[in-house]
Every structure is written in C-alpha cells, then in structure tokens.
Design a protein. Structure first.
Length: 133
C-alpha cells in the first residue's frame, strides 16, 4: 500500500522525456524524495557527474535538474551486456507552492545528488491549541 503525503505527491509529478538536442547516450537518474522535518529531500543517482556538470533551475513551481556527463571513451568496445547508466540527463518536477525557493540547496557526493527543499513557513505543520470555554 502506498502512503504518499500531499507534499510527496506535489514533488513526484514529472514531465515526459525531454526533447533531444544532441546525439549520444542519455540517462534517467533514479530519484528518491522523502519528507524530513521541515524540508523535503530529493536524492538522485548521478554517476560521472561533478558539481560543475550539474545545473539546477527553479522557476514558477518547476524544478529542473540537468547534467552533462562526458562519455567514458567506450566507443571501440564490443559490449556483451551494458546496464550501467552514464550520460547526459534532465529530470523535471512540478514543485508546489509549499517550498521556500530562496532556501533550496544542493550537494553532490559519491555520485549522489541531494537537494534540500525547505518547506515555506505557510506549509509547515502547526499545532493548534484548543482553549476551553
């Protein structure tokens, strides 16, 4: 049974595969999104990508992650099986208004990109005190 929160559903809406503007291998990174306290975390596998290769844009509720990854120089090899995904990629997510866009941050470590998407104050869970009368 899938128990997504409303915040997770807002972030898991992705667009169709992007249009290609150049040839070569492309890669669709696996992505996990989780809610942790007052932020959402997005983790994406980005093998071969360095911090300088990754471009993250946020505009009008759309979060786009793109990277250019240089080929590994495997052109002259005869593959028996090729599953390891390396190549340029783009992933786009529709992010709800509940994210504080000014505080989005990201880091890449050991081939994993982590985005911190802080919730806007208005989207945070609040405890409402009930007074007796």
């Amino acid at each position: 049974m899938n128990h997504e929160t409303q915040s997770e559903r807002k972030l898991t809406t992705t667009t169709a595969e992007p249009e290609r503007t150049r040839g070569g291998r492309t890669y669709v990174p696996a992505v996990d999104i989780l809610e942790q306290g007052d932020e959402l975390l997005l983790r994406a596998d980005v093998p071969g990508a360095r911090a300088d290769d990754i471009d993250i844009q946020y505009e009008r509720g759309t979060l786009t992650i793109a990277a250019r990854v240089a080929p590994r120089g495997d052109a002259n090899r005869t593959w028996v099986l090729r599953e390891y995904g390396v190549g340029d990629f783009v992933r786009t997510f529709q992010v709800g208004e509940g994210i504080d866009a000014q505080k989005i941050s990201a880091e890449v470590r050991d081939g994993v990109l982590t985005l911190h998407l802080p919730k806007a104050e208005s989207a945070r869970t609040r405890k409402i005190t009930v007074r007796g009368g």
